[in-house]
Unconditional design. Structure first.
Length: 56
């Protein structure tokens, strides 16, 4: 079984931009952070990009 990505934003990334969407990591809530992490994993596997769920 694979583990789910962490839904915690590292303290050092308060001003870091998400690699998937145009929002800052600090603007992500738990759901949008998991969505972007899953999207990043899918993109690495060759999947097409899809929309954003960030509340920002």
């Amino acid at each position: 079984m694979t583990s789910a990505p962490s839904a915690v934003i590292p303290a050092s990334s308060a001003e870091a931009t998400c690699e998937v969407c145009p929002h800052a990591l600090a603007d992500h809530d738990r759901i949008s952070l998991r969505f972007c992490q899953a999207t990043q994993a899918q993109l690495a596997g060759g999947a097409a990009a899809h929309g954003c769920v960030c509340p920002a």
